[in-house]
Ligand binder design. Structure first.
Ligand code: HEC
Ligand code: HEC
Length: 317
């Protein structure tokens, strides 16, 4: 015989649970991404974080600052920038942000209060990061230890301290088209391009800038003797004489893995940082994708005179 009371109690419990589940789903949809993320997603986010080199800029390693606590100084021809604290500390970090705030910052370069970020935060590249990767990155950022460290204000020369001018800069220089794979190219080429353009932002340094600091795409990856931080950046196009067109795949692999140049010297300064934080952490598949893409960059003749030997730059680590 069926116990009617017991079965209806079970039934009611199922209905209540189902209703709670639907409510929870509706709530999560309303709030943006689910707050409770899986360990897998955090791990995926850490990898995106590594390839994108966030740690180098947001950690003041020279002064032994806390991980992602900000305060790293960037001297440029526009003045001095200091990176902000991006740990989940609610008062001095981004602990009060929701995922939509984060996505707006990365995609549009706009803060939760509606002001424009300076492009020293490379959202000009990061806006091409896919939705899934941004979600994972956000999951990871929420998992790092919060650090109470107040941000330092930038010290910029007028008119560069007028944030409203950035909106004009954006109109001219900010290409917001999302990343779209090219069908006729291989999956590896497209993956390499995504890593180079959206995540590892190689272009931000290796492509010269116009007079108002926008990227000069006609000289894509052709290097510059006058980058805004006063750094000499080599030509990495496939031109055989002035770029890296004579490098073998193995040479590029050594550079990405350990920062070693074909002449057995090592890169220094900011490139050494890129190697430490980003390229050395690529999976073998991602590394070969990057090598495939680099090998097909349009050659541009642009001789770059180096000021000093490769490894005499500021040493990192
Ligand atoms: C080249 C250095 C650099 C890199 C790389 C970089 N950032 Fe930043 N970031 C900055 C600077 C500088 C600012 C401040 C911009 C401003 O004040 O307008 C900033 C601002 C931010 C902000 C806004 C914080 C706030 O309090 O408003 C967030 C969030 C952020 N970065 C996250 C990231 C993430 C995530 C990554 C990696 C995907 C990353 N950044 C990589 C330099 C960098
Ligand atoms: C923060 C600026 C910056 C970023 C980002 C950056 N580079 Fe570099 N790169 C440099 C500088 C500066 C040098 C020169 C370093 C030296 O000579 O010690 C360099 C050197 C190189 C070299 C050696 C070229 C030669 O002829 O010696 C290669 C190859 C290279 N970068 C590729 C890349 C790739 C690929 C990426 C993206 C994954 C990248 N770089 C990201 C600044 C950067």
């Amino acid at each position: 015989m069926i116990d009617v009371n017991k079965s209806s109690a079970v039934h009611a419990a199922i209905v209540v649970r189902a209703a709670l589940f639907i409510l929870a789903l509706a709530f999560m949809t309303f709030m943006g991404f689910p707050k409770y993320v899986t360990a897998d997603e955090i791990e995926r986010g850490r990898y995106i974080f590594d390839l994108a080199g966030c740690a180098g800029c947001h950690t003041d390693k020279k002064s032994k600052g806390a991980f992602l606590g900000g305060g790293r100084k960037f001297e440029t021809e526009f003045g001095t920038f200091y990176s902000p604290n991006i740990t989940p500390d609610p008062n001095s970090g981004i602990g009060k942000w929701g995922s939509t705030d984060f996505i707006r910052a990365m995609r549009e370069g706009i803060s939760p209060d509606g002001f424009n970020y300076y492009p020293s935060f490379p959202y000009t590249s990061y806006n091409k990061i896919t939705d899934d990767d941004l979600k994972a990155l956000w999951a990871y950022l929420q998992s790092v230890p919060p650090v109470a460290q107040i941000n330092i204000s930038h010290n910029l020369t007028p008119p560069f301290n007028w944030r409203f001018l950035i909106s004009i800069w954006k109109l001219i220089n900010f290409n917001q088209t999302p990343f779209t794979p090219e069908q006729e190219k291989t999956a590896a080429w497209n993956r390499g391009r995504y890593i180079i353009e959206a995540l590892s932002h190689c272009r931000e340094c290796h492509t010269p800038r116009n007079i108002i600091g926008g990227l000069d795409i006609t000289m894509d990856y052709a290097g510059t003797e006058k980058n805004p931080e006063g750094i000499v950046v080599p030509n990495i196009t496939t031109d055989r004489d002035t770029g890296i067109g004579k490098w073998t795949k193995g040479d590029i692999d050594m550079l990405l893995t350990m920062g070693m140049l074909p002449n057995n010297d090592f890169v220094g300064g900011v490139m050494a940082e890129s190697v430490t934080h980003s390229t050395s952490k690529m999976t073998p598949d991602d590394k070969s994708a990057v090598i495939e893409y680099l090998g097909q960059i349009r050659p541009i003749i642009n001789p770059i005179k180096r000021k000093k030997s490769a490894n005499s730059g500021e040493s990192w680590q």
